[in-house]
Write a protein that binds this ligand. Structure first.
Ligand SMILES: [Ca+2]
Ligand SMILES: [Ca+2]
Length: 544
C-alpha cells in the first residue's frame, strides 16, 4: 500500500499547483455554475435595457399656467370640444354654440323645459341636450335639431321622468342617459334607437361615456347617506360598483376608460378601470362647519389632467398622480363663486368653467409653450449641423407645430420636448449624442453583445481546458495499457472503453480502478516471488 501512495504523489502535487486549480475552476464553471452565471448576466443586461428604456420614455411635466380669455352670461351647463374650437352651453331654455373666441355661432330655444345637462362630441359635430322636462335633444354643428326623445320613452314606458344627465361619446356614436325618477341608465344610438336600459336601486345621477364608447360610468344615490359609482360596458353589463359615503356630485371618464374621476363632498378621487381607488384629495373646510364641496369634475380624454370645481369658486388642475398643477379662485371679491360645471379639453389646453350663470374659458398661456417649441427647434437644427440624422425628430416637430396651430398647446409642448430629446439622443439610449461612444446604436445592445462575447470566451476556455485535461489523462492511461500489453496482459476491452469515454471524472475513476488493479497484480506477483514455488504448491494442495 505504501508504494501505491508514493506512486500517486506526483499527481497529488500536480493537483495542488495553481494552474491546475484554475483548470479545475474552469472545469466546474463549464458545468452548472456557468449556466446560472450566464442566465444572471442576460437578466442583468435585460434589466439595464429596461431601465434605459424607462428613463428615455419619461417626459418632462409641464407647469401649467392658465389665463382667463372671456366669460359669457346666462349659462348653467357647458361642454368643450377636443381643442376648444366649440363650446356648447345651455341656460334656461337656450342652447348655444360658442366658438373659441366666445362668439355665439347659433342659439336655439328648446320647446319644453330647461337645460339640465349638455355634452358635445370631440369635433363639435353633435351636441346632446338633456332637459328637466324629461327630453333629450340631438343637435348638429349647424344648430339643426336632429331628434327629440320624449315620445318614444314616454309612450313605450308608462311613466314620466326627467333626463337629468347626458353624455355623448366623443365620436358621437353613443349617448348615455340617466333617468333619475325611475332609476334607469340607458344607452341610445346617434340615430335615437334605445340600445339598452339598466335599472338601479336608487337615483342615477351623473353619467360619463368613454371616447370609444366602450365604458360608461354612472353615479347612483342610494339614500341620503350613501352613493355608488358603477361602470358598465357597451353591452350594458355592470363591470364593477364602488360604494361612497355621502353624495357624488360628478363623474368623468377618460377617453379609453382607463381612469374615472369622482367628485364627492369635499374630495376628488381617481379610480382605475378595475375599480381600484388610486388616490383621494380632500379639500379643507371653508369655515369650522362648512366644508368646501366639490361640485364638478372633468378628466381630459388623454387622462393626463383632472379639473375640479368647488362651491367656493376653487378651480384646480391635477395630474394623474394627484399633484396640483394649477389652481384659481373665482370671485374672490364676492367670497367665491359657486362652480357647478367644469369641462377640460382633450389635452388639457382649455378649461371651461360654469359658475353663477356664467361660462368662463381659461386657456393655457402660450408664451411658455412657444419658448419650449423654440428651444426644441434650435436643438434639432444644432444637432443636424453636427451631422446627426434627425429626421425622426424633425417629423415629430412638424407634428408639434401642427398641434400648436390647432390649439393643442399641452400636447404640442409634450411633443416638442420629445422631439428635442430625440434630436439630442438620436438612438434614445439615455446618453446624449456628444457623450455617446456610439450615437446611432443603443449602448445597452453593445453591452449585451459584449456580455455574450465574454461568456462565449469563458465557455471556450473551459471547453479547451477540459479537452486538454482529458487528453492528458487518456494518454497516461494509454501508456499504462501499452505497458500492460507488453507485459503480456489482455486489456483490449479496457482500452476501448477508455478511448470512448467523454467525461473527465469517468476517466479518472477508470484510471484509479486500473491503478488499483495493477497494484493488486504487482502485490500478488511479489508475493509469489517471495513465497517460492514450493509454498505455492503447498497452498494449492491444502486448498484442494
Ligand atoms: Ca445616445
Ligand atoms: Ca448609443
Amino acid at each position: 500500500m505504501k508504494e501505491r501512495v508514493q506512486k500517486f504523489k506526483p499527481i497529488k502535487e500536480e493537483l495542488s499547483t495553481r494552474s491546475y486549480s484554475f483548470t479545475i475552476w474552469l472545469r466546474n464553471l463549464s458545468r452548472s455554475k456557468v449556466y446560472s452565471s450566464y442566465i444572471l448576466s442576460v437578466l442583468l443586461t435585460l434589466f439595464i435595457i429596461f431601465i434605459t428604456e424607462v428613463n428615455t420614455t419619461q417626459t418632462q411635466e409641464l407647469q401649467a399656467d392658465y389665463e382667463l380669455l372671456w366669460n359669457y352670461s346666462g349659462v348653467s351647463e357647458a361642454s368643450v370640444s377636443s381643442n376648444s374650437s366649440y363650446i356648447a352651453v345651455g341656460g334656461g331654455a337656450e342652447v348655444c354654440l360658442l366658438n373659441r373666441e366666445g362668439e355665439p355661432l347659433w342659439i336655439h330655444n328648446i320647446n319644453a323645459g330647461r337645460v339640465s345637462d349638455i355634452s358635445i362630441t370631440s369635433d363639435g359635430s353633435y351636441i346632446v341636450v338633456g332637459t328637466d322636462a324629461g327630453t333629450i335633444n340631438l343637435f348638429n354643428k349647424q344648430g339643426k335639431i336632429l331628434w327629440t326623445q320624449k315620445k318614444m320613452l314616454w309612450e313605450i314606458r308608462d311613466y314620466n321622468s326627467t333626463y337629468s344627465h347626458v353624455s355623448i361619446s366623443p365620436d358621437g356614436l353613443y349617448i348615455a342617459v340617466t333617468v333619475d325618477d325611475n332609476g334607469e341608465i340607458s344607452l341610445i344610438s346617434r340615430e335615437g334607437k334605445l340600445l339598452w336600459s339598466y335599472k338601479v336601486d336608487g337615483f342615477p345621477g351623473c353619467v360619463s361615456i368613454s371616447s370609444d364608447g366602450l365604458y360608461i360610468a354612472v353615479t347612483v344615490m342610494e339614500n341620503y347617506k350613501n352613493s355608488e359609482i358603477l361602470l358598465f360596458n357597451i353591452e350594458g353589463n355592470l363591470l364593477w360598483s364602488h360604494k361612497v359615503d355621502g353624495y357624488i356630485s360628478d363623474v368623468s371618464i377618460s377617453s379609453d376608460g382607463s381612469y374615472i374621476v369622482l367628485g364627492t363632498n369635499s374630495r376628488v378621487g381617481l379610480f382605475n378601470k378595475q375599480g381600484k381607488l388610486l388616490w383621494n384629495y380632500y379639500y379643507e373646510n371653508v369655515s369650522k362647519w362648512v366644508p368646501e364641496e366639490v361640485k364638478t369634475v372633468s378628466i381630459s380624454s388623454d387622462s393626463s389632467y383632472i379639473a375640479a370645481g368647488t362651491d367656493n369658486g376653487n378651480i384646480s388642475l391635477r395630474n394623474k398622480t394627484g399633484e396640483l398643477l394649477w389652481s384659481y379662485q373665482l370671485g374672490v371679491d364676492i367670497g367665491g363663486k359657486n362652480i357647478y360645471d367644469i369641462s377640460v379639453s382633450s389635452d388639457g389646453s382649455y378649461i371651461v368653467v360654469v359658475a353663477n350663470s356664467e361660462v368662463y374659458l381659461f386657456a393655457l398661456m402660450v408664451d411658455p409653450i412657444k419658448l419650449i417649441l423654440d428651444q426644441a427647434r434650435s436643438v434639432i437644427s444644432q444637432e443636424k449641423t453636427k451631422g446627426f440624422i434627425v429626421t425622426k425628430a424633425e417629423a415629430l416637430f412638424s407634428k408639434t407645430e401642427q398641434d400648436f396651430g390647432s390649439g393643442y398647446y399641452m400636447r404640442a409642448s409634450k411633443l416638442a420636448n420629445q422631439a428635442k430629446n430625440l434630436a439630442l439622443d438620436i438612438d434614445q439610449d439615455g446618453v446624449i449624442n456628444k457623450d455617446d461612444f456610439a450615437p446611432t446604436i443603443k449602448n445597452t445592445y453593445i453591452y449585451f453583445i459584449l456580455t455574450i462575447l465574454f461568456l462565449s470566451l469563458i465557455f471556450t476556455i473551459a471547453y479547451i481546458s477540459n479537452k486538454r485535461m482529458m487528453k492528458r489523462k487518456t494518454n497516461k492511461c494509454r501508456l499504462i495499457i501499452k505497458q500492460l500489453e507488453t507485459e503480456g496482459c489482455d486489456v483490449s476491452a479496457l482500452r476501448d472503453r477508455l478511448i470512448k469515454m467523454k467525461h473527465l471524472n469517468q476517466i479518472e475513476q477508470e484510471f484509479k480502478e486500473l491503478e488499483d488493479k495493477i497494484q493488486k497484480l504487482k502485490q500478488i506477483e511479489s508475493e509469489i516471488d517471495l513465497l517460492g514455488l514450493e509454498c505455492i504448491v503447498k497452498l494449492y494442495s491444502s486448498d484442494s
